[in-house]
Structure formats: C-alpha cells, structure tokens
Write a protein that binds this ligand. Structure first.
Ligand SMILES: *[C@@H]1O[C@H](CO)[C@@H](O)[C@H](O)[C@H]1NC(C)=O
Ligand SMILES: *[C@@H]1O[C@H](CO)[C@@H](O)[C@H](O)[C@H]1NC(C)=O
Ligand SMILES: *[C@@H]1O[C@H](CO)[C@@H](O)[C@H](O)[C@H]1NC(C)=O
Ligand SMILES: *[C@@H]1O[C@H](CO)[C@@H](O)[C@H](O)[C@H]1NC(C)=O
Ligand SMILES: *[C@@H]1O[C@H](CO)[C@@H](O)[C@H](O)[C@H]1NC(C)=O
Length: 485
C-alpha cells in the first residue's frame, strides 16, 4: 500500500468548504451531541485558522452557571466540541454553578499574545452586575479566572465585545441593568492587553435594551440590540453610525414586524471576509423558556444598504455558506401546500387570506385529529423538512407591568408541540416545537426526516401535550429540501 504524501493527506483532511446552515434546527456536534453554546460569540483565530464558538453551557441543573463551552470549526457548520473553556468552581464567589455566567466573548491580544474571555458575571438574583475576565494562552482554553469587576464603577448586565477590523481595538458593550438609573447601553474601549476598560466612548441613553452586538461594514458601524422580554423574543433593533463614538441613528427594526426577529434574540454578529465577498451573519438565540438548556440557534444572513442606511435579516430555512469565498446561497425545496393535505378527525381547513393557499390547517390535536401531506418525494437519505406554521396562543405577558399583553392577565404559553410521523410508521415519530408566532404570522421550524426514495411518502402531523393541551400549531405548508451532498 502506498502512503499518501503529507500534503495530499492534509488536503484530503480538509472538510468540504461549504455546508448547510439550518436556523432553528437541532445542531449536532461532531461527537453527536446537541451543540450547547448559548448567548455565544464566535472568534476567528488566525493561529489555528478556525472559528471558535464560545457560549453558555446550559444544563437542566445549572441553566445559568454551567460555565463556558467551546466548539471549533473550519466551515461554521461542522462543530468539534472541546472541554469546557471555563468550568464552574463550587463555592466560588463568581463562577460557581449558582452564579450567572452569561454571554461570554473571547478576543486575542497581540500585545500579550494571549486570549481573553469576558462575560456577564453575576449572582442568581442579578445583584452583582459585573464583568468577568479569564485568560488562556491557547484559544481553546481552559481559561483561568482573573477577576469580576464593575466597569468604570458602573453596573454591567448583558455583555458584548466588538473588535474594530480597521485598527484592531476592542470595545466592551454592556447594558447597565434594569434599574431606573441604569437602562443604558455602553460602548467602552478596552486596553490593548484586553485586561481592563479604558473609556466610555458612547452611551445609548435610556432605550432599555440588552443583548448588544456591533458589526462593521466598509462605511458603517451597526449596533443590534433586543428589547428586554426575558427568554421570549421581541423585535430586535439596530442603530447605524459612521463612527463608534456616534452620533448614532434612531433605532430601527431589522426583521418583518411581529415575527419577533424570526423568534430569536440578538447577541452576536459575525463578519466573514471571503475571497469573493464579505458576508455578515446574525448569530441569535431561539430561547425556549420552558427548557432554556434546550434552546436553538438562529443564524441568518444580514443585508445592508449603505446608501439607504438600512440593515435587514433575511430568513432562509437552509442555506449553503462557503466561508472561503464568503458566498452563500439559499437551498431550494419543494413545497406541499395546505390545499392538497388530507385532514382527519376534527382537524380542518380554514380560510386564511394571509396563508400560502388562502387556507390554514387547524384543529390539529392528539393522534385522532391530524393532517397528512401525501405524494411527497424523498431521496432515501436524511433530508430537511420545514414546517410553516402559525401559533396564535399569543405571548402576552400581562403578568408583567409594562408588558404588551395580547391577552390581559393571560397565561403565557411558549409553544405547541406536534408529532411528525413518516409513512404511518410510529417508530419514525419526531417532536416538533412550534413557538408562538402572532396572529397572521407564519414562521417555520425544521426537522430532519428520512423519506423513502420515490414520490409516495406521507407525513402526518398530530398534536402532543405541551402542559396546556395536546394541540399542534396551525399549518400553512411544508417544504422538503434535498439531502446534503
Ligand atoms: C466525545 O464523545 C466521547 C465518547 O462518548 C466522550 O468520551 C468525550 O468526552 C466527548 N467529548 C466532548 C468534548 O464532549
Ligand atoms: C500589557 O502587557 C505588557 C506585556 O505583557 C506589559 O508589559 C504591560 O505592563 C501590560 N500593560 C498593562 C496596562 O497591563
Ligand atoms: C446578590 O448580590 C446582591 C448585592 O450584593 C445581594 O443583595 C443579593 O442578596 C445577592 N443574591 C444572592 C442570591 O446572593
Ligand atoms: C451608572 O450609570 C448610570 C447612567 O447610565 C448613572 O446614572 C449611574 O449613577 C451610574 N452608576 C454608578 C454606580 O456609577
Ligand atoms: C397516540 O397513540 C398512542 C398509541 O398509538 C397512545 O399511546 C397515545 O396515548 C396517543 N396519544 C394521544 C395524545 O392521543
């Protein structure tokens, strides 16, 4: 047997440079576990030539103090897990499992040739409002805890970190809490060693926003932030400026109204400078407040127009991103509409002028009142199916003063849950979470299914128990995507 030359072997080891990204999907790491890196940030590391994703390691036992996880990738789609980058320490005043360790970010200091992790450090009642700092000589860690401090003496809640690609300087972004005196978002320069803060260069006054991130295009800085609705999505806003120190524009909404930013919260933006194109990704969280450790990720391409001074997120169920060239393209799927679906039991088709076929499939409940899509073409290999739905349970939060209840005093429900069965085989059953949308707002959520090769597949959707009932959300259509090459 002839051995491969080292060069050829290393070429073969390079993974495909383009892979699909599926917002809201169940993302598995190379170990087969669901990626657990919430409220995260991604750092491209020149030394390793890889993207490194740091995020909150959330577990059912320790949803806020699970430490910081780290994953590495060459293509932003294949993620290799590392050991915890920052592990919680029992009894520690700032990084015990009872603490809050949120929104970690990492940047490299060329002055000191090491990596610095910063995050929102707090106790469980959010009474400390500090910024944590840890350091490592390698990007993957483990990071050594240094301190948790009050930035220039003030409070700090949701944390972001921005590095200007033109001069390499880094800035801490932080909302300074919910108190009446706070409610500002700060941009404060960090020293070159990334060991502390220097000077506040801008303060977004009294907008009462959180989860800040800044992205930089050729001519502009864009700051994205969310409103404060806990683990429930809202309409994320952006501000634009020529300079980090302002003046900044009025805030504006970045996604179609009432989609609540496609059911997500901001937190990070990633600039991918490819050989042909620079692409920007919105790196958001699709929180599940009923089981926050099982939340998903919404990553979407961002479109900006420098002359109109606009920024918009673009929804795609699945897109193919090539990090080398910076190019991406949406994948085309085949649509099966409500009109051609079969209904059983009490499920029925109801007029809906906003729906794809002018009707929506409603009354889906248990496994008696179901809906079946027939004649579905499959490849015989796993493929992505997006379920377009409407969930009008309406996330009023009337129990919170200042909230905007869709139903005053209403018991807020996060989601409906459907069962999805392929070709009538109970063993194929998968669970589909359908978070609240809004009246007349149709969003999609994906599952990976294996259909038989050919055009005779059926997909049946029923309702599962969500603690409030066994009803599935209303369906508009399903879209079946080709298998990944
Ligand atoms: C990957 O999986 C192996 C085998 O289950 C396990 O021993 C290892 O700890 C996992 N690695 C990480 C980083 O989760
Ligand atoms: C920054 O790091 C350099 C190199 O380690 C060190 O000499 C210098 O004192 C540091 N400066 C600050 C402000 O920590
Ligand atoms: C968190 O810190 C604040 C300020 O020190 C304190 O008042 C509060 O009791 C602390 N909460 C817990 C759970 O220790
Ligand atoms: C923090 O900043 C706010 C304004 O953003 C100010 O009103 C408040 O006094 C400051 N608090 C401290 C502790 O410096
Ligand atoms: C669905 O059917 C299974 C058996 O086929 C049964 O065990 C289960 O209780 C049913 N669920 C509902 C919600 O009706």
């Amino acid at each position: 047997m002839r051995l491969l030359s080292p060069l050829l072997a290393s070429l073969l080891a390079i993974p495909a440079s383009s892979r699909y990204i599926v917002p809201g999907g169940r993302w598995l790491d190379t170990n087969g576990s669901v990626v657990n890196a919430h409220g995260g940030g991604i750092t491209f590391d020149e030394k390793t030539g890889k993207f490194w994703w740091f995020g909150e390691h959330k577990t059912e036992d320790s949803p806020e103090g699970g430490g910081v996880s780290v994953y590495s990738s060459e293509d932003l789609a294949t993620w290799t897990p590392g050991e915890l980058a920052l592990a919680p320490v029992g009894g520690h005043p700032y990084i015990s499992p009872d603490n809050v360790i949120q929104r970690p970010k990492v940047a490299y200091s060329s002055e000191t040739d090491d990596y610095h992790m910063w995050w929102h450090a707090d106790n469980s009642t959010y009474g400390l409002l500090l910024q944590g700092h840890a350091v490592s000589s390698t990007i993957g860690g483990p990071y050594k805890f240094v301190d948790a401090t009050a930035p220039l003496g003030n409070w700090s809640q949701d944390f972001g970190l921005f590095t200007d690609y033109k001069d390499g300087r880094s800035y801490a972004l932080y909302s300074n809490g919910d108190s009446k005196d706070g409610r500002d978002v700060y941009i404060t320069s960090m020293n070159k060693n990334l060991t502390g803060l220097e000077e506040t260069i801008y303060r977004f006054p009294k907008y009462d926003l959180e989860a800040p991130t800044i992205m930089q295009t050729d001519k502009s800085y864009w700051a994205l932030m969310s409103h404060k609705t806990g683990y429930r999505p809202n309409n994320v806003v952006a501000f634009r400026a020529d300079s980090l120190s302002g003046p900044w524009s009025q805030p504006f909404i970045v996604s179609p109204l009432n989609t609540r930013t496609f059911n997500s919260q901001s937190g990070f933006t990633l600039r991918i400078k490819g050989s042909k194109k620079t692409t920007y990704l919105y790196i958001g969280d699709q929180w599940d407040s009923n089981s926050v450790w099982d939340s998903r990720y919404i990553w979407l391409p961002i479109q900006t127009d420098e002359s109109k001074k606009t920024l918009e997120l673009e929804w795609h169920d699945v897109y193919d991103l090539n990090v080398k060239t910076g190019e991406w393209k949406p994948i085309k799927g085949k649509t099966y509409g409500a009109k051609q679906a079969l209904t059983h039991g009490d499920a029925y088709k109801q007029e809906a002028n906003f729906a794809t076929d002018g009707m929506i499939l409603t009354g889906i409940s248990g496994n008696e009142s179901t809906v079946t899509f027939t004649g579905i073409e499959g490849t015989g290999k796993p493929q992505l199916v997006s379920f377009y739905y409407q969930n009008t349970d309406d996330m009023g939060f009337g129990d919170q003063p200042g909230g905007t209840p869709d139903r005053i005093g209403g018991a807020w429900q996060l989601r409906r849950i459907s069962s999805v069965v392929v070709n009538g085989d109970p063993a194929s059953m998968q669970t589909l979470y359908q978070r609240d949308t809004h009246k007349g707002i149709i969003l999609s959520t994906p599952l990976q299914l294996t259909l038989e090769k050919g055009r005779k597949n059926t997909i049946t959707i029923g309702g599962l128990d969500n603690g409030f009932g066994v009803r599935g959300a209303d369906l508009d259509r399903i879209v079946v995507y080709p298998s990944e090459k």
